[in-house]
Design a protein around this ligand. Sequence first.
Ligand code: NAD
Length: 257
Amino acid sequence: MRSPKKIIITGAASGIGYAAAKLFFKKGFSVGLIDADQAKLKKIAKELKKDGQDCFCRSVDVTNEVDLKAALDALTESLHGLDVFFSNAGINGTWAPIESLSIDEWDQTLKTNLRSTFLCTKFVIPHLKENGGSIIITSSINGTRIFNNFGASAYSTSKAGQIAFTKMAALELARYNIRVNAICPGAIDTAINEQTTYAETLKEVQIKVEYPEGNRPLKKETGTAKQVAEAVFFLASEAAENITGTELYIDGAESLL
Ligand code: NAD
């Protein structure tokens, strides 16, 4: 595989996606950024201007397949090709007991986190097929660890689905030399954790389980978006050329508790 130099990132206006945009740009990549938040994207595009290196943005809702396909095609054209795709946009959505979780709330989480990953992968395959490349999908420790996550049935299902999808895609796309891997961050200090809707009904069923000592064996502090971006950079690099269909935990062993 030639040295990767062009990446598209979804959910690039905040948190992990923004940290990845800055890191890949710093490492010399031309970047294509997608997010629903147009104002933040514009600010980032201004910040990431450098001679000889490109930064292109598209404000798109990843649940809208028509807009999403158009954005991915246009960004690939602007970048003159694509080497790496980072499927990262996501929401925590509503956390509620299954009995009171509405069908709309369930659908919104699954559409934003899981269906969009399928759509993005489907739409970037034609752009990666010829030269090979890499797809990285942001799942979560919630995709495999259920401990202490009452109310997260929609979120956890979406994240577990992303891991299964990663493995199926890796198997299917290996013949094009496209690698597909998932990352599973633990608790990371980003805006997403202030945007969860906790249903009133959750209080009735919530069982608080105390972790033995803090909530991360390695370090007590919450992880950072930059630590996650570094893992994404590794998976995208030639150093990871024999790694596909796996999930990488960036969680200070939180998932082992
Ligand atoms: P964040 O809220 O800081 O960033 C998420 C970005 O996605 C935002 O800029 C938002 O505008 C964008 N987005 C959301 N819905 C969208 C849509 N429909 N269309 C386009 N853009 C949309 O959160 P983050 O922590 O950086 O989250 C990134 C990913 O990391 C998510 O998939 C999340 O599930 C996952 N994750 C986060 C944590 C954590 O603790 N922060 C842990 C595990 C996994």
